[in-house]
Design a protein around this ligand. Structure first.
Ligand SMILES: [Zn+2]
Length: 558
């Protein structure tokens, strides 16, 4: 692959900026912009893939960094100029399918400042440092060095002593990094405040809200969701945890008791090799829908890296789309667990979304870029595949294990909705403080207050330090405010699930309609295409919490 250089891009981009443009010329202009956008995305996806597939490959890492540090920042001002040019064309109204993309360009233009480009490069450098710090994590369990993924898998074991040792080993590994991460985070917060101020906004929350194009809801709506979850969902989760404690015969539930099977059964083992996983997924998606099965089969042709190897990024899973090759790519390290199967269903949902959008629309600008709908595509598939998890219906498990896997997922969704609100709440708090007043002690105290508010009945005694540093979540460092979307999308995915329980074919058809719309409609219309509503008020949270509780009780039997 010849690397895409700035020298190669510059004359083409300059020609676009200089081209006289009137309304009649816009469609061709968009196609020419699209061709370059595709090449840039394809190059970026390829460089990411190369460095992630072999983290010891120094040349791959250098090529990736060169692109991120010296090509992408040079594209920024040109892309701003192109956006301005398009929005200034007299007498041109974009077709409805491009209206969301136009609104997003408007946000980019409004936020763009030349003086923020170097600050964004600085932020990328801090992000790189985050990767270096966390890359040093060492977990020593019973004298043996383990990856975090391998140690985390032990939390599912039936031997409670082993689980506790694994938890404490992971905690010791994290403890070694905590001071560095605390200091690094303050640097992030101060830098982000400068970015927001440069853009003329009062704080970074206001900046990021706009940068993420969140026009349909305000920060206050997110705060109302936190309250709805605290009132409607937390009590049910506490009840479930209390039932778990009783079934496990424990005095109190410790953090290492949450993932093990409450009946003491060994962890689920859906497959023994990556080859078995891949062929099983083709079979399972085919059973769900022959066209989705055919879409997934195209990935077998070298577009997945699922083998666990030493030089891969632990716990990293993603789908990336290659818009010149027109292929999705999935990265994960699968070791044979139920969590692997879940990750693959999630990433396959992203892949199906990419392919369905590509088939239906000519421009990358038509694609979905809003995580509220991208994550819906992925999470709804996690739930839509529940009926085909059993082997005799195309999947991986016997009937009893399929039920167990389903109960684990629903339990996980409950837990996630709570932790999403916690992680979102701390970010609201952090970015409402003037950065010069922000201290690590202040964040720690605010985080502990949030955990008290969302108390799910776990006994943290003697583990106060681990509890206090629970805000060291990758998103706060790498993807600020990108967390709420997982919660909004799960409230959508659970509505898809609710429909599927009544009429599976209808729910699947709605899901596929939504996939094929990409990003060509506002969020509420994309959700409506799937037959659901984009809302996250207390009444909806209560209804879905009731549905999930009833379903879990049914799966577990008397
Ligand atoms: Zn996702």
């Amino acid at each position: 692959m010849t690397p895409l250089t700035w020298e190669a891009l510059e004359p083409r981009l300059t020609a676009l900026v200089d081209r006289p443009l009137d309304a009649a010329g816009v469609p061709q202009f968009l196609l020419d912009v699209d061709a370059i956008e595709r090449e840039v995305w394809e190059a970026y996806a390829g460089l990411s893939r190369a460095k992630d597939e072999d983290t010891a490959d120094e040349a791959a890492k250098a090529a990736y960094l060169a692109f991120v540090q010296s090509v992408l920042p040079r594209i920024e001002p040109v892309s701003d100029a192109i956006n301005r040019k398009l929005l200034a064309v007299a007498g041109y109204t974009p077709p409805a399918a491009l209206a969301p993309a136009w609104a997003a360009m408007r946000d980019q233009i409004d936020l763009y400042r030349d003086e923020n480009v170097p600050l964004q490069v600085e932020e990328a450098t801090l992000q790189q440092r985050y990767g270096e710090i966390t890359g040093r994590t060492r977990v020593l369990l019973d004298g043996e060095a383990l990856t975090i993924a391998a140690a985390t898998a032990k939390l599912e074991e039936s031997d409670r002593g082993l689980r506790e040792r694994a938890y404490r080993a992971i905690d010791a590994g994290k403890e070694a990094l905590r001071d560095d991460l605390d200091a690094l985070f303050l640097e992030f917060a101060r830098l982000r405040e400068r970015v927001a101020r440069n853009a003329g906004l009062p704080d970074y929350r206001a900046y990021q809200w706009r940068a993420m194009h969140r026009h349909e809801y305000a920060p206050e709506d997110a705060l109302a969701l936190h309250e709805a979850v605290a009132q409607e969902l937390v009590p049910r989760l506490r009840e479930r945890r209390e039932a778990r404690r009783r079934r496990m015969g424990l005095d109190t539930l410790r953090p290492w008791d949450l993932q093990a099977d409450p009946e003491g059964r060994p962890p689920l083992k859906p497959f023994a090799s990556v080859a078995e996983l891949e062929s099983g997924l083709v079979r399972m998606f085919h059973a769900l829908d022959p066209e989705l099965g055919a879409d997934f089969a195209t990935l077998l042709d070298g577009w997945m890296d699922l083998e666990p190897r030493a030089n891969k990024v632990p716990n990293l899973g993603y789908q990336n789309y290659f818009p010149v090759s027109k292929r999705p790519y999935i990265y994960w390290s699968a070791v044979g667990t139920d969590a692997d199967l879940l990750t693959m269903r999630h990433e396959a949902g992203h892949a199906f979304h990419s392919l369905a959008t590509e088939r239906a629309w000519p421009l990358v600008k038509h694609g979905a870029y809003r995580p509220e709908v991208n994550e819906l595509a992925a999470q709804a598939l996690e739930l839509l595949t529940l009926p085909v998890l059993a082997r005799d219906r195309g999947g991986f498990y016997d009937e009893a294990d399929a039920r167990r896997s389903q109960a684990m997922l629903l339990d996980r969704v409950f837990g996630l909705l709570v932790s999403i609100c916690q992680v979102d709440a701390i970010q609201h708090w952090i970015y409402q403080q003037p950065a010069e007043n922000l201290t690590v002690e202040g964040i720690d105290a605010a985080w502990n207050a949030i955990l008290d508010r969302f108390d799910t009945g776990v006994d943290w005694s003697g583990l106060e330090r681990a509890r206090t540093k629970g805000w060291h979540v990758i998103h706060l460092f790498q993807f600020p405010f990108y967390y709420l979307e997982y919660g909004l999308a799960y409230l959508g995915a659970l509505q898809v699930y609710e429909r599927a329980l009544r009429d599976p074919a209808d729910a699947l058809a709605g899901y596929r309609r939504m996939l094929a719309l990409g990003g060509t409609r506002p969020l509420d219309e994309l959700y409506a295409a799937a037959g659901i509503e984009f809302r996250f008020d207390r009444a909806l949270v209560a209804r879905l919490a009731e549905l999930v509780s009833a379903k879990m009780a049914e799966d577990e039997g008397p």
